[in-house]
Design a protein around this ligand. Structure first.
Ligand SMILES: [Zn+2]
Ligand SMILES: [Zn+2]
Length: 328
């Protein structure tokens, strides 16, 4: 049995091994960060952390100034009493699942994951199995079943080219890190120019440095916007910036877009249910493949439905609710 405790905002600690997962932990802990989303990065920006190369680069853009010990995926790291390996999680660039092997068994902490993976990530790979699994379950109900990725990318391209052909600016509402770059990657073959809201630009540069094609992009500029697709976070929908664009067509890109109520709430012209998390059925299949002794379900206020489906497969599980907000 590996003893697990909650730590910090959304994270965990393995006190017997002094390993902290997406949490600052205690002094002298080995702190592993799965990815650069705000809810997974400890508030102390001067810590020494372990992470992937891209996660370190993205965290630096967002103000991290501590030491990052960078590890390649699938390359084990030996620590006192345990061995830790990062597996690519398919969620955003740099995202990793943390696999910890000990003489009390093995544990996999997923952070956030998506399978099949986003094409703007290092892919998705999983260990052969894990005795204990701590998994996120952001989309924890069976109503969440995603359409094939290529179909969603085609929707994105058609939305943009139709709007541009009519002289409208296609506006994609998606958060700055991960979703924005995936939508840009989908648009790259279909549109000549993309503008991105200022806060997202530096993050895009990291993707470019790591070799991902985000098309021909620049920071948002009102004067040269015409003929471009615009990428901006949902929080800017009612802003003066969007208000000043007279002819526009707005698409909201999120897993939550499969929920119709959001459409009315957001007043968007199109809802594109592109998620960077696994859907409900992929989540259950993944848990089955790991053949765990126990699953800890996190990142959801209602783990009961997931638990019910797992119990039908003979897998024991329990919710482990953490504080704090979900992904941006
Ligand atoms: Zn995330
Ligand atoms: Zn998350």
């Amino acid at each position: 049995m590996i003893y697990i405790e909650k730590s910090g905002w959304q994270g965990f600690r393995l006190p017997d091994y002094r390993v902290a997962l997406d949490a600052g932990g205690h002094p002298n802990d080995h702190v592993f960060i799965t990815h650069a989303h705000a809810d997974h990065v400890p508030r102390d920006r001067k810590l020494t952390v372990h992470c992937s190369a891209a996660t370190a680069a993205l965290m630096r853009v967002r103000g991290f100034t501590g030491e990052a010990r960078v590890h390649d995926f699938l390359q084990p790291v030996d620590l006192p009493g345990c061995r830790v390996t990062l597996y690519p999680a398919g969620h955003i660039l740099g995202s990793a699942m943390v696999f910890v092997e000990t003489d009390q068994g093995s544990l996999l902490y997923t952070g956030d994951f998506r399978t099949p993976p986003s094409p703007t990530t290092e892919g998705f790979e999983e260990p052969a199995g894990a005795d204990y699994l701590i998994t996120e379950a952001t989309f924890s109900l069976p109503v969440y079943r995603w359409k094939p990725q290529e179909e969603l990318f085609q929707m994105i391209r058609e939305f943009a080219t139709d709007a541009l052909a009519d002289g409208d600016t296609p506006v994609f509402l998606c958060y700055n890190l991960g979703k924005a770059q995936e939508v840009m990657h989908a648009l790259a073959p279909a549109v000549d120019r993309i503008q991105i809201h200022g806060a997202g630009y530096g993050l895009c540069q990291v993707y470019t440095e790591f070799g991902y094609d985000l098309g021909n992009y620049e920071t948002y500029n009102r004067d040269t916007l015409e003929g471009s697709a615009l990428i901006t976070p949902g929080s800017t929908l009612d802003s003066a910036m969007l208000g000043s664009i007279r002819r526009k067509r707005v698409a909201y890109c999120s897993g939550w877009a499969s929920n119709d109520a959001r459409r009315v709430q957001l007043n968007a012209d199109a809802m594109i249910p592109l998620s960077d998390h696994a859907d409900f059925f992929e989540l259950i299949d993944f848990c089955k493949r790991m053949q765990p002794r126990h699953v800890y379900i996190t990142h959801t206020p209602n783990p009961d439905v997931v638990s019910h489906y797992l119990s039908k497969e003979g897998i024991s599980s329990s919710g482990m609710i953490t504080e704090g907000k979900a992904d941006e």
